[in-house]
Design a protein. Sequence first.
Length: 107
Amino acid sequence: MRAYIDQVRWGLMRKPNIQGSEDSEFYRPELGMGLQHELRALADIECIYEEQRVGLERSALPPSIKQHLFRQLEERRAYSRGPHEQRLAQLRDEILRLTGYRDETVH
């Protein structure tokens, strides 16, 4: 990976355009912006979750109450992530359809 970054930095290799600009060979700009939007939303959810989790861990509440609140926190996190994960899957499918990689495995 380091070699790839160095090649991009020194202009030996073209940096992939994830924005999907008009001259992109990959996909439409709105798909790239949609990906960024959904990933940003998921990152925000994770930051809020982590802050609340750490606060709960540090609290002086009895363990049984903490356990109950942890479960609620996990449920809220999953509920909040759901729509964004679904939209990411839709965007991924659209990108794969447009780029012709639908039948190939993506890791």
